[in-house]
Design a protein around this ligand. Structure first.
Ligand code: FAD
Length: 377
């Protein structure tokens, strides 16, 4: 099962393998890696062939993300380029798709950012306070966003804002826009980077009288929240695949170290106390992988997959974190040495229990939507 799509795996590994461990360890945006992946066409996997992409399914796309993380990299630097365009593809006008998708596929344009989260609303997205008010042929946008990733390495951003006050149907009255970042920054949009625990470019956005042409609204006014929700299953499944890539990296690294590190005159991996956490991590990662394939298959068949996508993300994020913990422990003191990369991957994989959606919110989805328990919020 794990070696499905061997050709794609080899292709992605060939690109990632041209960068060494020191490259992945380095601080700053991995522009050369993202460029190489773009030039090889991997980030355009989900764009239909008529727009210059490769028209692959979610299963293939998930393998690409998995392999980047499995090679020691962090797909968080570029996964937005793979899936953010989904909103445009599903809900954009023919003119918008023709304008943007071929240039996103070629890498000429990067649509890596999605501006949803706000400091006060947090997970309660329908309480966002950024507003977009129609004045003539433009929307005037005011508000604030937080944790918006890859803005400094994008040309375009998808932005969610309220176009009508929150009413009885709280999920209505929000709209999405495609923002041309180069012209917006300095003309209503201010970007303030957030220093954070991992090497990830993420920012606070301050929006003051930012003008967006009406033609840059995606889909119908007021339906933006639904459009964002439509993209979540793909996003969650791809994140699950990244966690599986991390999990396999940790299991591989821990196994190799347990075989070679000799203490008390024998390899540490000869002790069951050392073997078992690695075996357990492997079992958990492989089990999560099954749910990832189930989500991919349903998604690619056009069937509902909300439960499976959420469960795959939950299981995979938990498994990779457990694998990371085992790997760190097995490396003893060396787990803390930057040059072993374990502490870095340990920090990177921890993020997925919080973003793009926290574990509690997945549990709440399953409780309410799968098990029919009463709505809690
Ligand atoms: C590195 C990074 C990159 C990010 N990139 C982006 C991006 O590109 N675009 C974007 O829009 N957002 C982005 N985010 C934001 C991310 O999606 C949110 O941080 C995440 O959804 C959690 O929201 P919050 O931080 O506001 O937490 P809060 O909503 O404040 O929640 C805090 C804690 O309380 C729990 N909680 C809240 N309500 C409930 C409840 N009803 N029941 C049980 N538990 C609850 C949550 O699970 C969480 O653990 C990013 C975040 C990080 C850290």
């Amino acid at each position: 099962m794990s070696e499905r799509f061997a050709e794609i795996r080899e292709g992605v590994r060939a690109v990632c393998g041209t960068f060494d461990a020191a490259y992945y360890r380095r601080e700053g945006y991995p522009d050369e890696l993202v460029r190489a992946l773009t030039e090889a066409g991997w980030l355009a996997a989900l764009i239909p062939t008529q727009y210059g992409g490769s028209g692959l399914g979610l299963a293939e796309a998930s393998v690409i993300m998995e392999e980047i993380n499995r090679c020691g990299g962090n797909a968080g630097s570029c996964h937005g380029q793979m899936y953010n365009m989904g909103t445009l593809l599903r809900h954009g006008s023919e003119a918008q798709k023709a304008k943007y998708l071929p240039r996103i596929a070629s890498g000429e344009l990067r649509l890596q950012s999605m501006g949803v989260t706000e400091p006060t609303a947090g997970t309660d997205t329908t309480s966002i306070q950024t507003t977009a008010v129609l004045k003539g042929d433009r929307y005037v946008v005011n508000g604030q966003k937080v944790w918006i990733s890859r803005v400094q390495h994008s040309d375009l951003m998808i932005l969610l804002a309220r176009t009508a006050p929150k009413g009885a149907k709280k999920s209505e009255g929000m709209s999405i826009f495609i923002v041309d970042l180069k012209s917006a920054i300095g003309h209503g949009l201010t970007v303030r980077p957030i220093e954070n625990m991992v090497n990830h470019e993420t920012n606070e956005l301050f929006i003051e009288n930012l003008e967006i042409p009406v033609g840059d609204r995606i889909g119908e006014e007021g339906q933006g929240f639904r459009y964002i929700l439509d993209g979540l299953n793909a996003e969650r499944t791809l994140i699950a695949a990244e966690c599986i890539g991390d999990g396999r990296w940790f299991v591989g690294k821990a196994s190799a170290y347990a075989k070679e590190r000799v203490v008390f005159g024998r390899p540490i991996g000869q002790n069951q106390g050392v073997q078992f956490p690695i075996a357990e991590a492997h079992i958990e990662v492989e089990a999560a992988d099954l749910m990832r394939w189930k989500a991919c298959e349903l998604f690619d068949a056009g069937k509902p997959c909300g439960a499976e996508a959420n469960m795959a993300k939950y299981l995979a994020a938990k498994a990779s974190w457990q694998a990371g913990d085992a790997c760190l422990q097995i490396h003893g003191g060396f787990g803390f040495a930057v040059e072993y990369d374990v502490e870095r991957k340990f920090r990177e994989t921890r993020l997925y229990q919080v973003a793009p959606i926290s574990t509690n919110l997945i549990l709440s989805y399953v409780a309410e939507h799968v098990l029919g328990l009463p709505r809690s919020f």
